[in-house]
Write a protein that binds this ligand. Sequence first.
Ligand code: PA5
Length: 461
Amino acid sequence: MIKYDYGNSDYTIAGSDNGLNISEAFVTYKDRIAEIITDLNKRKDKPGQFLQWMNLGYSEETVWYVKEFAALVENRFDNILVLGIGGSALGGIAITEALLKPYWNFLSKEQRNGLPKIFFLDNIDPDSISGLLDILDLKKTLVNVITKSGDTTETMAQFMIVKDRLEQVLGDNYRRNIVATTDKRTGILRQIAEQEGYKTFVVPDDVGGRFSVFSAVGLLPLALVGIDIDEIINGIKDMDLALKNTDINQNIAAQNALIHYLLDVRKGKNISVMMPYSSKLRYFSDWYAHLWAESLGKQYDNDNNVVNVGSTPIKALGVTDQYSQLQLYNEGPNNKIITFIRVENFDTVVEIPKIFEYTGIGYLGGKTINDLMNAEADSTKVSLTDYKRPSVTVTLPKIDGYHVAQLMYMFEVQTAIAGALYNIDTFNQPGVEQAKNYTYALMGRAGYEDSAQNFRSKISV
Ligand code: PA5
């Protein structure tokens, strides 16, 4: 199992102005936390609660269909192209980056064991879209278009471009190169998929985008590039079992949720820095930033009071950002909690050769890059502590499907518990609607004429 250590957020180490009396907090919040965990588990099967993500580890049917399809298309495609945005892309990006061999798309077919390359288009930058379409052989590309709502502007615009290009190169056979992941019944993509006869997968009811990584949204792209999804499922299940424990002393997601919440409301640490010491986990931070920001940043609480709460996620990468952001973290405003993600055993051990022994860098010779990476994580953590900056550490024994799934599921549960502590709706995102409405208005979607007028009255340039 992954390990969690909160010691450097305790007042005995971080000081009483910036750290918490954690054992006292656990006693004070013991009942509240037990109540929240019990409530989440009680409500998770009820429609309309948006808690179905807690059941995804047990969805044997999805796993079966995903594996069946992956086996069916094995060896047919050289590329997988995923179209999606937000929760429809970030989980897949995070896990493929973590679990595939580094520089996967640069490896030869033999080095990839015949498995396809994978590309995610999660933006609508015209240059990157056309650049990618210029290099992909679309005849050998399987396009997985993913959108739960079925009408997300960016995803559907990409899809319209890609579908048109597919048709140009494949004629009537283009449908065989498309698989759509969307709502079971509703939405424009569902309607198109049925009319056109695409193979489809379902985003289950009551699973929001940022909690959908373990549905077909994430599992299908993973299976298509040969990632062992059983390992992932086992990781979720074991973590789910551990996190059903209502005792805060035994539940690491509850501990981390409470520590983040209290450091925010009591000590003004309203910025949450995610800093994995692993390049493979670089995009885990993007996924986390979406999950944490969109779930917790809310104007109203559940009693309709204006609260404007939330903790701002920041993405950092160890050690790279020691040379970019650490100065601010140590000496700037003391308003952050840093989460270190550590890896005990990397897949490879890289030795630093014993050369230049006569110079000041000679001390590095004979050590490993692995030692250096972990020494840097420890040094950064202790230097933050010297400046009285609180931090927590999550340690993965290694980067594999089992532990990465545990990590992500832990943060999903942590987010749900934090949302309950803030007394907000963790699963909605009303704050992103207005910008979408203005975009519809600017692009001439029928029914958004008022938004267009409203927009014109407020734009300054
Ligand atoms: O978390 C969410 O629900 C959102 O961020 C969605 O993932 C995002 O808006 C994309 O939505 P859709 O899958 O409907 O295209």
